[in-house]
Design a protein around this ligand. Structure first.
Ligand SMILES: [Zn+2]
Length: 95
């Protein structure tokens, strides 16, 4: 279970919104009117996400990888990480 750093609620998922830029070409059609030809695929990579806490609606992340790590996070993992850090610190002091 992940904990929201803003409101401290336990959350299983985040809400996201995304924006996408659309690009393409523009020219004149047979009656000299502008004709837009949108090409969605070219700009597919430029989608940008915003990830929010479902409880407090604060923006928590804008990066996929951070979200993945955040949701994987749980108490056991935190305890293990703490222990590892303690051991590392001890070893570092020993040297
Ligand atoms: Zn929150």
């Amino acid at each position: 279970m992940a904990i929201c750093p803003k409101c401290k609620e336990e959350i299983n998922e985040l809400h996201f919104s995304k924006t996408k830029e659309i690009g393409g070409s523009v020219g004149l059609d047979s009656s000299n009117k502008l004709e837009f030809d949108e090409d969605y695929d070219i700009f597919e990579e430029q989608k940008s996400y915003t990830f929010r806490c479902p409880e407090c609606n604060e923006v928590l992340f804008k990066d996929y990888e951070e979200v993945e790590e955040f949701l994987k996070n749980n108490e056991l993992q935190q305890i293990v990480t703490e222990k590892i850090n303690q051991i590392k610190n001890k070893n570092a002091q020993g040297n």
